[in-house]
Design a protein around this ligand. Structure first.
Ligand code: FES
Length: 84
């Protein structure tokens, strides 16, 4: 089935950065590994990520937990604080 020449489909979703500051999750992970950054606040301070629209924050959290730097699905912010 043709999509009219549009190559952008749901299956090609690729989320790999904070678009507000154009810093990739791979760059953040390298920084976290080098400097021992363990939370979003430290990366926010270093790069300015998760400071504007905040849409990248759940991806950064997941990156810190899983080391994943490319996401193919939409993540939403956690609704409950950790430990609840
Ligand atoms: S995408 Fe990271 S603050 Fe907007």
């Amino acid at each position: 089935m043709s999509n009219g020449g549009n190559s952008c489909t749901w299956h090609s979703l690729r989320i790999d950065r904070c678009v507000c500051v154009d810093v990739t999750f791979a760059q953040m992970r390298a920084f976290a590994d080098d400097r021992g950054a363990a939370d979003v606040a430290q990366l926010r301070s270093a790069f300015g990520c998760a400071e504007n629209c905040g849409l990248c924050e759940p991806y950064i959290e997941r990156m810190l937990e899983s080391r994943t730097v490319i996401f193919n699905s939409v993540l939403t912010p956690r609704m409950l604080p950790r430990g609840t």
